[in-house]
Design a protein around this ligand. Structure first.
Ligand code: 3H9
Length: 697
């Protein structure tokens, strides 16, 4: 008898219930339990049909990803599923929750599939650097047709039950009790004598690849644009093509080899790491499940610039009524008009319908007086980055905000402890650092000042989840975790231009690493003046010995603020956004270099990569050592979601472990010898190298 797969008889139907919380992953014990349960049902004179269902919240959400790092154990999932083909009694899969990956493949081994209306099915394996390796690439095209199968397999996005019904993946949607409905469905099949449907048939190939050339090409293009640099979607397509031209048995044999190669690849290791890192980030070491977040039913936003508007939209989209407070009626009206425009653009792009627009807009109201925030459970300040302004706002806010309201600042680098210290309720004050555009970007850095209450932080993390964002904790320091660890990369990029590289060369090295845009093109997009202002505000604290970003300052003095000025690290013709080589940049760089006594030279791509990446890694190590980030993987999650760092590289800290910390430390020391103080190695990095340790393993 299996501990994880229950067996009961209901009428003439054997019901096998997979019970392996939290997501019924198909680990070794479950696979064994399914085989044993199926054999028992096949031999059981009291059972004419079989229902396979999941206990708890879901049908199996896939193979157990944690087992991928261990030696594989029989029975393999493919064999379990293939075994179902030979069972003479009809098997009905009853799907609720999320039947994903191996979970969906298991249902394809069953002869019929029924689902709850809220169920979702899909094959997200490409996101883990693999593909549906338990014959999903062979069975799904036979069940759903090539186009729909490729849509699921290549894009990795789950679909709802209604779409699954339309695609032929699900035979019937069961309203109400799924178990009872599935049993009734099985009885109906028996009564009608409906033959079993075997999804590995026809056993011969299902069509020449040439006949489907256009469909295959469509998904190759989609794979290239959606998963730039990532191999697994292409392997998935190749596997599907094998199935078109080969008999089923040959195709699954080929799949085994292909799957093992994918599973053992560096990309898959990085993607699996990213999967768990993201889930780990949601857990705060000293804030357990016993600390409940505060209840948030209404929210307020102070300041309706681009960021404030984005935050208000994100809150409203999640169902929260939001009050935006601006300094004057005119500014408020302009902001509200912009918000309407943003929602109209979403309708125009087909992202939402008119009714949704009206509903969400209806949740946003405006005011010019802080008293309008007196009922808000959460208020986010999104004002100008100026300490006096912030202190004044929080001073006024604490007078009107109700007791227990969480008061957050969206500052991206200021000392939140100093802000909190000026109020009488530091326990309520946290940082919520959004990334622009705030209604789109999924990253939310939840910043924890020294004296805030644990439940205020739990509220920030819960808000992230509720608004569909990935919340990651950071401590207070200049730039917190995300921006502080990225700043050295941008710094080195500008130094490299000063020393002789072109902006295009620097950016290309980083896009070749997999980043969607180079750092200098990003600066042009966000505006060079933003960090210029920040450098000015920190002028008093500047270390006179450390190298300074003279060229970046000079660019701003010349009005080269980026795209909005038509010129930055690149030129932009006629108000366009396409970066073009601008020879003037080299002239400016050469002049600044001369003033600084720097001899310009040819710089190799390898040096550019090492300078940019290792500077960020070294800073990441310092952040970790200071306890500003709780884990190296938290830093990586921020890079993945905040800066679109290629997920298949895991993140900068994971990459550091891949490259080898010893090699990185040697190079950092060499850079310190040449470029000085900014390259002082992180003590943590030195310790780890001495101990043979790592950041992420
Ligand atoms: C596959 O199937 C390969 C086959 O084709 C071929 C094989 C030969 N394994 O996300 P949550 C854990 S590959 C192990 O917070 P939610 C997760 O780590 C697989 N553990 O919940 C977390 O643990 P903890 C293809 C798993 O409600 C807990 O469950 N399938 C797995 O926000 C709760 O997870 C996928 O890629 C797993 N497969 O979302 C689906 N899944 O509590 C991956 C979850 O210790 N899973 N855990 O932190 C998901 O997308 C989401 O977890 C799901 C639930 C949507 C199911």
């Amino acid at each position: 008898m299996s501990d994880v797969v229950g067996y009961e008889i209901a009428g003439r139907v054997a019901v096998l219930t997979i019970d392996n919380p939290p997501v019924n992953a198909l680990g070794h014990a479950v696979r064994e339990g399914i085989v044993a349960g199926m054999e028992r049902a096949a031999a059981d004179g009291n059972a004419d049909a079989i229902v396979l269902i999941g206990a708890g919240r879901t049908f199996p959400a896939g193979a157990d990803i944690r087992e991928f790092d261990q030696p594989s154990r029989e029975p393999h999932l493919m064999a379990v599923i293939d075994r179902l083909d030979g069972i003479e009694k009809p098997i009905v899969a009853a799907i609720h929750g999320t039947a994903l990956g191996g979970g969906l493949e298991l249902t394809l081994g069953c002869h019929f599939r029924v689902a709850s209306p809220s169920a979702r099915v899909g094959t997200p394996e490409v996101n883990l650097g693999i593909f549906p390796g338990a014959a999903g690439t062979q069975r799904l095209p036979r069940v759903a047709g090539l186009d729909h199968a490729l849509e699921l397999i290549v894009m990795g996005r789950p679909i709802g039950a209604a779409t699954a019904l339309e695609y032929g993946i699900v035979d019937e949607i069961i309203e109400g009790d799924l178990r009872a409905g599935a049993i009734a469905f099985a009885e109906k099949i028996l009564a009608a004598g409906t033959p079993r449907r075997i999804s590995s048939e026809p056993r011969d190939g299902i069509g020449a690849p040439q006949e489907h050339a256009a469909t295959i090409e469509k998904y190759r293009d989609l794979a290239n644009s959606r998963f730039r640099g990532q191999d697994s979607p292409h392997q998935a397509i190749e596997s599907v093509i094998d199935g078109l031209r080969m008999p089923y048995e040959d195709a699954v044999m080929a799949d085994r080899v292909r799957f093992e190669a994918c599973k053992n690849s560096g990309q898959s290791a990085a993607l699996r790491y990213a999967f768990f890192a993201e889930r780990e980030a949601a857990k705060i070491p000293d804030i357990g499940k016993d600390i409940a977040p505060r209840e948030i039913n209404t929210a307020g936003v102070i300041g309706a610039g681009t960021m404030g508007r984005g935050i208000a939209i994100s809150l409203a989209d999640s169902g929260l009524p939001v009050t935006i407070v601006e300094t004057g009626r005119e500014a408020l009206d302009a902001a509200m008009a912009e918000i309407v425009k943003l929602y109209e653009a979403m309708v125009a792009r087909g992202r939402i319908d008119e009714a949704t627009k009206a509903e969400r807009l209806g949740r946003i109201t405006g005011a010019v007086d802080y008293s309008a925030l007196s009922h808000a459970d959460l208020v986010i300040e999104v004002a100008f980055e100026d300490m006096d302004v912030k202190k004044q706002i929080f001073g006024a806010l604490e007078k009107v905000a109700k007791p227990g309201a969480v008061l957050a600042t969206n500052t991206s680098y200021m000392d939140i402890d100093a802000i909190a210290a000026t109020t009488s309720r530091p326990e309520d004050i946290i940082g919520l650092h959004y990334f622009a555009p705030a209604n789109v970007m999924r990253m939310l850095e939840v910043v924890r000042p020294a004296n805030c209450a644990p439940d205020a932080i739990a509220t920030g993390m819960a808000l992230a989840k509720r608004t569909g964002k990935v919340g990651v904790l950071a401590g207070v320091c200049h730039g917190f975790v995300a921006n502080r660890s990225r700043l050295p990369l941008v710094r080195e990029a500008t130094f490299l231009v000063e020393e002789g590289a072109s902006p295009a060369q620097v950016d290309k090295v980083l896009t070749d690493l997999g980043m969607p845009m180079g750092p200098l093109a990003v600066s042009d997009l966000s505006g060079l003046d933003v960090s210029w202002r920040m450098r000015q505000s920190l002028a008093d604290e500047r270390d006179p010995v450390a190298r300074y970003m003279h060229l970046a300052d000079r660019m701003c003095e010349l009005g080269r603020f980026g795209i909005k000025a038509g010129q930055g690290w690149y030129g932009y013709e006629d108000g366009g956004r396409r970066p073009q080589l601008d020879p003037e940049v080299e002239v400016v760089a050469a002049a600044v270099a001369k003033l600084q006594g720097i001899t310009r030279r040819d710089i190799s791509d390898d040096e550019i990569g090492a300078r940019c990446l290792y500077a960020a890694i070294n800073e990441g190590a310092k952040i970790l050592d200071e306890g500003i980030a709780a884990r190296a993987s938290d830093i990586d999650v921020m890079w993945l979601y905040g800066f679109a760092f290629p997920r298949w590289r895991g993140g900068i800290m994971f990459m550091a472990d891949e490259i080898g910390l010893g090699k990185i430390l040697d190079q950092i020391k060499a850079f310190e010898g040449i470029h000085g103080k900014l390259w002082t190695p992180s003590p943590l990095l030195e310790r780890l190298v001495a101990e043979g340790g790592s950041f992420t393993r």
